[in-house]
Design a protein around this ligand. Structure first.
Ligand SMILES: Cc1ncc(COP(=O)(O)O)c(C=O)c1O
Length: 313
C-alpha cells in the first residue's frame, strides 16, 4: 500500500489553532494564537511530520525501503522518524551521537521498539554527517537507504512546513502580523518563510535559535527557502539561554508557569525557549498594540521523559 493510501496518512490532518488569554497579552493588547502542531499525531508530532512528509513520499518515489538519519541521544527527530518508519513500513537506522548506554533512555528505547537500528558514533565521526565522502560511504553500506539530514531539514522539509501557512489562511480570520518558531537546524523556519512568501507575504517570520552562535543557520535557511527575499524574516540568536540543551533557572520557571497558566504543555529545549523569548519581546514592547501573533508549537514533548530522568527539568 502506498503512503498516501494508508489510513495514518489520511488521519493526519490540519492541527488546531488555539487563541490564548494571559494577563501580559491583555496588558499589551496583543492577540496570540498557538498553532498546535504538537497535537498533529501522538507519535509523529510537531514539526516532525511536516518535515518528514515529503521526504517519505520522495523515498517511496525513489523506491527506497530504508530510511537513515542522524541525531543526538534524545532527538525528537529520531523518535518521530522511528515512529514513521514503523507505521509506513520502512526499515530504519539512526546514527546517534554518543555512547551505546544511551540506547536505554526513553527516546531511544522507544525508537528501538518501533524497529529502528541504532549505530552509535563519537562526536568526531558525527561531525562528518554533512560531508559528501562520509555520506557516500554510508550510502554504500546501506544501498537501499534514503538519507535524511539531522533534524529532518532539507529542501523536501519545506513544502510540508508551508502547509502550516496554508492551514492558517483558513483558521486565522485576520492577517497574521508575526509568526514564531523555535529554530534548531532551520528547516521549519525555511518552510514558514517560503509559505509566507507564497500565501501570506505581509506576515513577518521569526526563528528563535535554541543554540549558541546560530548565525550560520541563515545560510541554510536562505538555501531552502528560495523566495526568502519576498518576506521579512529574522533569526533571533540571543535567546539560547547558554546553548543547546542548557536550561537556565529563569527558563525552567517560565516553562512551568506558562504551562500552568495556559494548560499547554511545553518543554525547555525548543518550545520553552521560543515562548520565553516571545514573552520577553512582548514585555519590551517589541510589538505595537493590536498586533496579531501566531506561535508554532513544534512538539518535542517526548523529550520531557529524558529530561526528568536526568533531573534537568
Ligand atoms: C520540538 C522541536 N521544535 C523545533 C525544532 C527546530 O526545528 P528546525 O530543526 O527545523 O529548526 C526541533 C528540531 O527539529 C524540535 O525537535
Amino acid at each position: 500500500m502506498s503512503i498516501t493510501d494508508s489510513i495514518l496518512y489520511q488521519q493526519i490532518n490540519s492541527s488546531p489553532l488555539q487563541a490564548i488569554t494571559h494577563p501580559l497579552l491583555t496588558e499589551k493588547a496583543i492577540q496570540l494564537s498557538i498553532k498546535r502542531d504538537d497535537l498533529l499525531h501522538p507519535e509523529i508530532a510537531g514539526n516532525k511530520w511536516r518535515k518528514l512528509k515529503y521526504n517519505l513520499l520522495q523515498a517511496e518515489a525513489q523506491q527506497k525501503t530504508h530510511l537513515l538519519s542522524f541525531g543526538g541521544a534524545f532527538s525528537n527527530h529520531i523518535h518521530a522518524l522511528a515512529a514513521a518508519c514503523h507505521h509506513f513500513k520502512f526499515q530504519a537506522t539512526g546514527i546517534i551521537r554518543g555512547e551505546a548506554h544511551y540506547a536505554a533512555n526513553p527516546t531511544l528505547s522507544q525508537a528501538q521498539q518501533w524497529g529502528m537500528t541504532l549505530q552509535f558514533v563519537n562526536r568526531q565521526t558525527y561531525r562528518l554527517k554533512e560531508q559528501t565522502e562520509y555520506l557516500l560511504k554510508l550510502q554504500l553500506q546501506y544501498p537501499e537507504a534514503y538519507l535524511i539530514p539531522e533534524g529532518g531539514s532539507n529542501a523536501f522539509a519545506v513544502p510540508g512546513v508551508e502547509e502550516i501557512i496554508i492551514e492558517l489562511a483558513d483558521q486565522h480570520p485576520t492577517a497574521i502580523d508575526h509568526i514564531f518558531t523555535a529554530t534548531g537546524s532551520g528547516g521549519t523556519l525555511a518552510g514558514l518563510i517560503s509559505g509566507a512568501a507564497k500565501y501570506s507575504p505581509t506576515t513577518q517570520v521569526h526563528g528563535i535559535a535554541v543554540l549558541k552562535n546560530a548565525l550560520y543557520l541563515q545560510h541554510n535557511v536562505k538555501q531552502w527557502a528560495k523566495s526568502e527575499h519576498e518576506v521579512s524574516w529574522h533569526l533571533h540568536t540571543e535567546n539560547h539561554e547558554g546553548g543547546y540543551g542548557k536550561i537556565s533557572k529563569p527558563l525552567a520557571d517560565f516553562c512551568h508557569q506558562f504551562s500552568n497558566e495556559t494548560q499547554i504543555p511545553i518543554e525547555p529545549i525548543y518550545t520553552g525557549k521560543m515562548f520565553y523569548a516571545l514573552w520577553q519581546l512582548i514585555e519590551q514592547d517589541y510589538f505595537a498594540r493590536e498586533t496579531n501573533i501566531v506561535a508554532l508549537h513544534t512538539g518535542g514533548l517526548q523529550g520531557l521523559a529524558g529530561l526528568k530522568l536526568l533531573k534537568k527539568f
